[in-house]
Write a protein that binds this ligand. Structure first.
Ligand code: ADP
Ligand code: NA
Ligand code: NA
Length: 260
């Protein structure tokens, strides 16, 4: 799967480069290939020839597409007509932050699908990052709860949906880095940790993957750690002490990833 990280904000693109790391960006044989597109969604899509492309919409709980990256999606696909069709598809009710809903543009109900079904996007993955854009949500006193964690969750959900849909190209903007107000470094570090861990998930046990997530998100819980955890860390060159003391603000992603 090709993962295209797309944002008009240059600082975000630079930060993705930094946090993805050289190894993962240059590994051509990997099952995941990462690309960074500094610029808008529309020219990116016009240059893509994917047949099974998904675009992540970091929206709100009611599916309105009136701002940020969602507005770019709306403008590209058919304006307000598209928005009302889209809201019908997800169900116009409440979708909580942390949920994800897939809209298939390929199977249409009604005539609308003929307009937006063949514009190079097969799926929109709707991951609400806020209830409504009433106020920014990030609180610098609680960077984990209001930054790293919601960004990690939205990224993980987007990847899991794409895999189960057999997507060939996944386009993701900075998540929570617009209206939600999460700082660039926080958004990009958390997104890149999720992307890198997901890309490596066949190289470690699920239990170790879970342990890395618990330590990254600061929910260390012994009963959920397998006894083989330390041994696997040793095999993969992960320093257990570094992992146990991991602080997302301070420490590098490399310090808890398997050694290369
Ligand atoms: P959130 O509500 O999660 O903060 P936004 O949709 O407000 O999400 O913004 C997400 C990201 O999308 C931001 O980093 C912003 O720079 C980027 N963005 C906004 N418009 C575009 C566009 N037309 N093309 C590419 N990126 C965009
Ligand atoms: Na948005
Ligand atoms: Na949002």
């Amino acid at each position: 799967m090709k993962v295209i990280l797309c944002d008009t904000n240059e600082a975000i693109c630079k930060s993705w480069v930094k946090f993805l790391g050289r190894n993962i960006r240059s590994s051509s044989e990997a099952r995941f290939q990462f690309h960074i597109h500094h610029g808008s969604l529309e020219p990116l899509l016009k240059g893509e020839s994917s047949t099974n492309c998904a675009v992540v919409s970091p929206g709100n709980s009611f599916g309105y597409l009136g701002g940020g990256f969602d507005l770019a999606i709306r403008n590209y696909l058919g304006g307000e007509k598209f928005e009302s069709w889209f809201r019908q598809q997800i169900g116009p009710g409440y979708h909580h932050v942390g949920s994800s809903t897939v809209v298939d543009l390929g199977v249409g109900s009604g005539s609308g699908s003929q307009i937006w079904g063949n514009r190079g996007i097969r799926y929109i993955i709707h991951v609400p990052t806020m209830v409504a854009p009433s106020k920014p949500l990030y609180d610098p006193n609680f960077p984990m709860r209001t930054g790293y964690e919601p960004v990690f969750n939205a990224t993980w959900n987007s990847l899991a949906s794409s895999i189960s849909l057999n997507v060939d190209t996944l386009i993701i903007p900075g998540l929570c880095s617009g209206w939600v107000g999460v700082p660039v470094e926080v958004t990009c570090k958390s997104m890149c940790f999720a992307l890198r861990l997901y890309a490596m998930r066949n190289q470690m046990s699920v239990d170790l993957q879970n342990a890395l997530i618990m330590y990254f998100l600061k929910y260390p819980f012994k009963p959920f750690m397998r006894s083989s955890f330390k041994e696997e860390c040793r095999e993969l060159n992960i320093n257990v002490n570094q992992l146990k003391n991991f602080d997302a603000e301070r420490d590098s992603i490399e310090s808890i990833m398997p050694g290369m």
